[in-house]
Design a protein around this ligand. Structure first.
Ligand code: 4NP
Length: 159
């Protein structure tokens, strides 16, 4: 069993998209029962809320349902509960490094680094429009296929 936590700022746009798209890709690969997935925000302003309606719509347009997800803030126990914490942008990664308690065991990585080997941010669509949310969904779909290859395929290195 592997566990992955996705983290962005508000936990209503990027990280729930990353969670939902990876869950769908794992179901497609028949590997969903081997993974625990969750997402959280470094900020808590939206705790308890469903994803942004624009994120829900962009995912629904390609057959992925985000509507059951609810935002929460990162908590200290996340750093031992999860094997891997994937930050959606470099600021999130910096914030996670600062929040990590002593004794943290989770591996912290940038999302696009884990998926594509590139040290790049997932652009925040929150202040953008529908095209920005569609681009975020498309990136999460592509990244999820790579994450399945890396972490869930029979030959996966799990590293
Ligand atoms: P996210 O986007 O980090 O991808 O969920 C944001 C959502 C809300 C805010 C900022 C970014 N906000 O400032 O409320």
């Amino acid at each position: 069993m592997s566990s992955i936590l996705f983290v962005c700022l508000g936990n209503i746009c990027r990280s729930p998209s990353a969670e939902g798209f990876l869950r769908a890709a794992l179901v497609g690969a028949g590997a969903s029962e081997r993974f625990t997935l969750d997402s959280a925000g470094t900020g808590g302003w939206h705790a308890g809320e469903p994803p942004d309606p624009r994120a829900i719509r962009a995912a629904a347009d390609v057959g992925v349902d985000l509507s059951d997800l609810r935002a929460r803030q990162v908590r200290p126990s996340d750093f031992t509960r999860f094997d891997l914490i994937l930050a959606m942008d470099r600021q999130n990664l910096t914030d996670l490094t600062r929040l990590a308690p002593a004794g943290s065991t989770a591996r912290l990585l940038l999302y696009r680094e884990a998926a594509f080997g590139e040290a790049k941010d997932v652009a925040d669509p929150y202040y953008g429009g529908a095209a920005d949310f569609a681009a975020c969904a498309d990136l999460c779909a592509k990244a999820s296929r790579r994450l399945v290859e890396r972490y869930a395929a029979p030959h996966a290195a799990n590293g």
